[in-house]
Design a protein around this ligand. Sequence first.
Ligand code: GLN
Length: 201
Amino acid sequence: SPQVGVLALQGDVREHLAAVAAAGATPISVRRREELDAVDGLIIPGGESTTMSRLLGVFDLYDPLRARLRDGMPAYGSCAGMIMLASEILDTRPDARHLDALDITVRRNAFGRQVESFETDLEVDGITDGHPMRAVFIRAPWVERAGDTVEVLARVTEGPAEGRIVAVRQGDVLATSFHPEVTGDRRVHEYFVGMVAAKIE
Ligand code: GLN
């Protein structure tokens, strides 16, 4: 089965490792260069993107990770992970580095600084097929701009964030503003494991 890494510098790593196993792949915690080199795909979890950015430098993983992404390694970023994969970030620290693997502009903490969390049911193209999934947003970003070759997979359909883009895919890179690892709904992880499996066939 595909070896799916979870970047384990910070954030909700354990939940993603469990979700990867439940989705039928072998989960690998990635904190060192050799672990990164060994995986077929990588999940970047939710957490705090500015901290994760700093730790990528501390662990000497920034350049190797960018290189693997440029080579087409499948990647999935949730929340802070989406921010890390984006090409442009609004409302971040000037020294925060990101991975520039997805042609989107994201706004951090977009649902409002006071809004710790927001939940809604979402249809996600290619994933939910008429059976919406509960989406949990925790100090989440949204996508303010998606490039021409980015597929928009989901938009919020109610509340103050109505119409906002919250799931995207561009080639081998998938990102969601929400946290599927916390609900027990494994469909996003199954979809990503499918992307990884297709790549190594
Ligand atoms: N607000 C966080 C950030 O900017 C993301 C929150 C999350 O991943 N749950 O990185």
